[in-house]
Ligand binder design. Sequence first.
Ligand SMILES: Cc1ncc(COP(=O)(O)O)c(C=O)c1O
Length: 427
Amino acid sequence: MGVQEQYRDYVMTGFVKRVEPVVADHGDGAYLYDADGTEYIDCFAGISVTNAGHHNQQILDAAIAQANKLVHACSYVYHVESVGALAEKLAEITPGTLQKSFFGNGGAEAIEGAFRLAKRYSGKREFLAVESSFHGRSFATLSVTGNSGRKKGGGPYMPGVAFVPTPYCYRCFAETTPDKCDMLCARRVAEVARLHTSADVCAFIAEPVMGEGGIIVPPDDYFKRVKEILDEMDILFIADEVQSGFGRTGKMFAIEHYGVVPDIMTLAKGIADGWPLSAFIAKPEIADAFQIGDHLSTFGGNPVSCAAALANIDFLMDGVVDDAARKGDALMARFRELQKTQPLIGDVRGKGLMVGVELIADPATKAYGTAAAGFVRQYCLDHGVLIGVGGNFGSVLRIQPPLVIDDAQLDSVFATVVDGLEAFAKQ
Ligand SMILES: Cc1ncc(COP(=O)(O)O)c(C=O)c1O
């Protein structure tokens, strides 16, 4: 039986209608190879995970050296060197006074832990979240996920969650234009906290750049204004950097673009270039609120994953992140130029190599270009480029390659997307 048949008969595939007919066999930098040898430029990086590239030798060497010594001990029962070293490193590279980390295995687990800590520290119970957000597929993380498509059929969800409008300039709910923007989206945070909660809100969670929601970049001053409101109302700010962290946006963490220090930050995906690991990091006075017995994870802080994460950070900080900013700016500039002549493109946005191209069916109404996005994604796959699609209506092309992608590969990606758009328009 081949792997595609094994998947069909034995694997629960509950996310996509159809798992891609690609048998991911091996990778190298920005390339992913099918078992039959077909080469793809991987512009999705395993959903924004392999930021330092596939088969990164520096990271593999660190992981193998650690695996040869110790694979597991339970990092919360015994001291493990790579865990301590990674925690110290995260304190060094994250903004402000974020200092103490708890390690888990995936993004949702990090957020669940962050919630528990926020409740323990504040003594409060409710949460604020953003309407088009995505935070994971566990009970609490789906409860704070605003994107209803992801929640369908899973309710009822956790009570005590109120949603604020998405800071989505292209589809501004207040119908203002960027030049007239008075940040109603930020001000609504105060109103929602006052009017739609029982005044028991412990934390506001938001993605500094929204991934699954369709690469939505909040306005420059959004998080400063929101943080002022939160501080006034004694509400913690949890920055969910699961997707936007580790160089993805051309800075180590996307919140650095906004000059704001969160109280807690959640990390996963790009943290270890594909080794399973997540973390939430908090200011020490908040972290110390955990009491004996509050939190543990059997596999959390796996020694091999932590060794990989340390090597990953060294690799990314050696010029890779800055270069991602340059490459992303250049790619977005090309798409913006194309937008002038390609009516299917409604908006081009992003930071670094977290690039979104929102497609529309009609420039007059900005009707969602869902069909076009699905077509272009398939066209790209058929022509050797893997891209993602996001947004509440699946109308945003997501280009999130390994940060090591080179300029020639990006030229091919751009040319393939252009061809895909033209092929759709000709239909
Ligand atoms: C912003 C954000 N938070 C949390 C998650 C959940 O991470 P995981 O799938 O590792 O649980 C995701 C996954 O896409 C994400 O994009």
